[in-house]
Design a protein around this ligand. Structure first.
Ligand code: TEU
Ligand code: CA
Length: 560
């Protein structure tokens, strides 16, 4: 396996609006990030992924871009951004930017032109179709944020496609000029010195010719059309073209966000000699707690499913291709609330989940606040929520007849705002995030859960994360070792082995509050053992043939 810097990196994701406010307007900004770079350095991370900071009307917090070449005013100026990049590089860290090119904002100049007339030179930059009949959309696809994926345009008497909000029209990648304009923009940022891109829903960019109807469902006006736009017919062609025209000329890392991608498809996207992307964000493991009616239909995750899923990904990309490792991002609920226990065993379970992920093979991603064990938020009413998807879901679920309590229960578990409450820096008002009024309420538990307290405590979640990161830096075994699931059918314990040259790593994670006994499988032979990290105080010498595990206990041993 070829060594690459992005295989040896640990990435930290910043959601700028919620990270640090430097000027008291309640919105996190670029100067705020600069203030906190030493904090990230202390954690040990070496690459920062910045969610979008481009000019945007903020219908979807920056994922609706109206100018790719300008910084959003609320966040700062291009000078601030340049200072940020310099400050990052000065600390020997890298910066990757979010690339949102499946769609733009409807306020982007291209779209303003495109919708103005059928003859406009930008007309074909977006996906326009006639209605099936008067007042009937061109097909039955649903937007990922609810309702139809089509919006009527009065000026031209037809519809444009938007897989997300109606303020996020989809670009027409089949148009060569669109692709060239995007490549030009990518080069412009790379020439400014950035180190790569995270690509938003990049497996959605190629749509099936004819845009066929999705399978109709009883009682639903709109259904998923994902079969016709996920991993579409020309996706590999476009990514190879992008690679040839842009990426191959730079030492840049790429990670493609890909809802619905399978391990086999991911291999095609990330295989060494196919020249597409370095890695993808897959969604299988974060869909395991979806009921039959989707994300808001709550279901408890079954550990056996999680073991099987993560192992399948580890195995599929073991020799060719590369995995990204994540439990959290700005779209997902907080992992300690979701998979752990954010009440009685918050610290223990947060450390256990971190171990489970960080000892695997792939590039780990830490989402802001995860390293503090930040938890989900429960707003008293819908008024507290800011996220476009959440607000739409609230309306839809109410319309379907669910009670206020039922709906709020779903939002408490799954709303994207769980991840978007401000970073908790200290115990002062608003968690030290802002001296003004935050754009979204700070989680009231900031007085207990905050960076200052975490950094002062050598047994904190923060300290534990920094140790995990350090271990990865020190051990090629953690970076490159082969993966093997052990105790496959154990319903409570997630345990696996990593092997590299003559070394073995044994990772033991008790996933629940129960206290099961770990029995080491016979086939694991070793002469010496060394305890590398654990979330309880344990005697490093004591035998590991049988271990009575404590709630959410985790241990990692180096075996020889
Ligand atoms: O997300 C794409 C996506 O399909 C999901 O993760 C989505 O957020 C959905 O809500 C899950 O229920 C990306 C971005 O990460 C997200 O923030 C944007 O809203 C979306 O694309 C549109 O740009
Ligand atoms: Ca600000």
């Amino acid at each position: 396996m070829k060594k690459e810097w992005w295989k040896e990196s640990v990435v930290y994701q910043i959601y700028p609006r919620s990270f640090m406010d430097s000027n008291g307007d309640g919105i996190g900004d670029l100067q705020g990030i600069i203030m906190k770079l030493d904090y990230l350095k202390e954690l040990g991370i070496d690459t920062i992924w910045l969610s979008p900071v481009y000019q945007s009307p903020n219908d979807d917090n920056g994922y609706d871009i109206s100018d790719y070449y300008t910084i959003m005013e609320e966040l700062g100026t291009m000078e601030d951004w340049e200072e940020l990049l310099d400050q990052i590089h000065m600390r020997e860290m890298r910066l990757i930017m979010d690339l949102v090119v499946n769609h733009t904002s409807d306020e982007h100049e291209w779209f303003v032109q495109s919708k103005s007339s059928k003859e406009n030179e930008y007309r074909d930059y977006y996906i326009w179709r006639e209605g099936k009949a008067e007042g009937v959309e061109p097909n039955n696809w649903a937007s990922n944020f609810g309702g139809s994926a089509w919006e009527y345009n009065n000026q031209t008497g037809d519809y444009y496609l938007h897989l997300f909000s109606k303020k996020q029209p989809d670009l027409n990648w089949d148009n060569e000029n669109v692709r060239q304009d995007i490549y030009k923009m990518m080069r412009w940022w790379l020439d400014k010195g950035i180190d790569g891109f995270r690509m938003d829903v990049i497996n959605f960019i190629s749509k099936e010719q004819g845009l066929p109807d999705g399978e109709p469902k009883l009682g639903k006006s709109y259904v998923s059309g994902s079969k016709y736009y996920r991993n579409g017919p020309k996706i590999h062609m476009y990514l190879q073209e992008m690679n040839k025209e842009v990426l191959s000329h730079y030492d840049a890392m790429t990670v493609g966000e890909m809802p619905g991608v399978s391990p086999e498809e991911a291999k095609d996207y990330t295989s060494q000699d196919r020249n597409e992307l370095n890695m993808v964000f897959q969604f299988e493991h974060v869909g395991l707690d979806n009921g039959p009616n989707g994300k808001w239909d709550l279901k408890k995750v079954n550990l056996l499913d999680l073991k099987q899923s993560l192992s399948r990904w580890q195995n599929a990309l073991s020799n060719d291709g590369w995995n990204s490792l994540y439990f959290n991002n700005h779209d997902q609920p907080r992992s300690v609330s979701r998979f752990g226990n954010d009440k009685k065993y918050r610290v223990e379970s947060a450390k256990m989940l971190a171990t489970l992920l960080h000892m695997m093979k792939g590039t780990p991603y830490v989402y802001q606040g995860e390293e503090l064990g930040m938890t989900n938020i429960e707003f008293e009413s819908i008024e507290g929520y800011r996220d476009i998807e959440t607000i739409q879901a609230y309306k839809d679920l109410k319309e379907q007849g669910l009670t206020e309590d039922q709906v709020l229960k779903s939002l408490y578990a799954k709303s994207r705002d769980n991840a978007r409450t401000p970073m908790q820096w200290d115990s002062s008002e608003n968690g030290g995030f802002t001296s003004g009024t935050p754009w979204i309420q700070v989680n009231p538990n900031y007085s207990v859960i905050n960076a200052e307290a975490e950094m002062a405590n050598e047994h904190s979640i923060f300290s534990y994360y920094s140790q995990l990161i350090m271990l990865r830096k020190q051990q090629d075994l953690i970076k490159f070792g082969d993966y093997q699931l052990v105790l496959e059918n154990d319903p409570d314990i997630f345990a696996y082995l990593r092997t590299y040259e003559d070394k073995k790593l044994l990772v033991i994670c008790n996933f629940y509050e129960k206290e099961p006994v770990f029995k080491i499988p016979n086939e694991i032979n070793f002469m010496t053992k060394q305890l590398l990290i654990s979330n309880y105080v344990v005697n490093a010498q004591s035998s590991i043939t049988e271990i009575n595990l404590q709630p959410y206990e985790t241990r990692v041993y180096l075996l020889n």
